[in-house]
Design a protein around this ligand. Structure first.
Ligand code: SAH
Length: 211
C-alpha cells in the first residue's frame, strides 16, 4: 500500500483530474508521501485525500499539492521560494525536487521538528526551515521569487508582499472556512497587484503567533 504501484495509481488519477505538468507528476510519482505521515496512516498515503498530522493540522490533498506546485511553476522556475506552513513537510519536499531553494516557516515547533527529521532522512539539502509566525515572512532571507501559503488567511499579510522580489508571485488559499479560493497574485509591469482565482479549496486556517 506504500508501493510504487500505489504512487503510480495516484499519479494516473492526478492526470485524469487535470494535472498537466510532467515535472510535477514525476516528482509525485517518486517522492514517498507515506514518509510524511504517521505510520498508522501510511496505508492511506496514496489516497487523494488530506490526512491528519496531529495538532489539528493536515497534510494537504495530493491533487491540491500538485495544482499549487503547477501554478507556482507556470511562468518559469522561481529560484527562491518561501512556504508558510511546513506542516508535514511534503509540499516543501515536492518544491525542493523542482527548484533550487526552499525556505519554509512553521508555527508549531513539534511539527517542524518532525518535518526536519524527514528532510534529513530523504537527504534534502536545499530546504531551510524556521519556527516562527509565517505571517511575518522571513525578513533576513528576503526577497523571494515566490511565496506559497498552505494555510488560509483572509488577506495576504502585508509583510509577505514586502518580501516579494520584483515580478514575484504569491499563491495560497484565502477566504473564510466554507468559501476559500486558491488565489494567485502577481505584480504587472505598472506595479499593480493582479489577482487570479484558481478555484475552490479547503485548508486549515492561518493563525498568528507560535506554539
Ligand atoms: N504544507 C503542509 C500543509 C500543512 S497544514 C504539508 O504539506 O503538510 C498548514 C500548516 O500551516 C500547519 O502545520 C499550521 O500549523 C501552519 N500554520 C498556520 N498558520 C501559520 C503561521 N502563521 N505561520 C506558520 N505556519 C502556520
Amino acid at each position: 500500500m506504500t508501493s510504487q504501484r500505489a504512487r503510480d495509481r495516484l499519479v494516473a488519477l492526478l492526470r485524469e483530474e487535470g494535472i498537466r505538468d510532467a515535472r510535477v507528476l514525476e516528482v509525485m510519482r517518486t517522492l514517498p508521501r507515506h514518509v510524511f505521515i504517521d505510520e498508522a496512516l501510511a496505508p492511506r498515503a496514496y489516497e487523494n485525500t488530506a490526512l491528519p498530522i496531529g495538532f489539528g493540522q493536515t497534510i494537504s490533498q495530493p491533487w491540491v499539492v500538485a495544482r499549487m506546485t503547477e501554478a507556482l511553476l507556470e511562468f518559469g522556475t522561481p529560484a527562491k521560494v518561501l512556504e508558510i506552513g511546513t506542516g508535514s513537510g511534503y509540499q516543501a519536499a515536492v518544491l525542493a525536487r523542482l527548484l533550487p531553494n526552499v525556505y519554509s516557516v512553521e508555527r508549531i515547533d513539534e511539527l517542524l521538528r518532525q518535518a526536519r527529521r524527514r528532510f534529513r532522512a530523504l537527504k534534502f539539502e536545499n530546504i531551510r526551515t524556521r519556527h516562527d509566525d509565517g505571517m511575518l515572512g522571513w525578513p533576513a532571507e528576503a526577497p523571494f521569487d515566490a511565496i506559497i501559503l498552505t494555510a488560509a488567511g483572509e488577506v495576504v499579510p502585508p509583510e509577505l508582499l514586502a518580501q516579494l522580489a520584483p515580478g514575484g508571485m504569491v499563491l495560497g488559499p484565502f477566504g473564510p472556512a466554507d468559501q476559500q479560493h486558491l488565489l494567485r497574485f502577481r505584480r504587472d509591469a505598472a506595479g499593480t497587484l493582479q489577482q487570479e482565482n484558481l478555484g475552490a479549496v479547503s485548508f486549515v486556517p492561518l493563525l498568528a503567533g507560535t506554539r
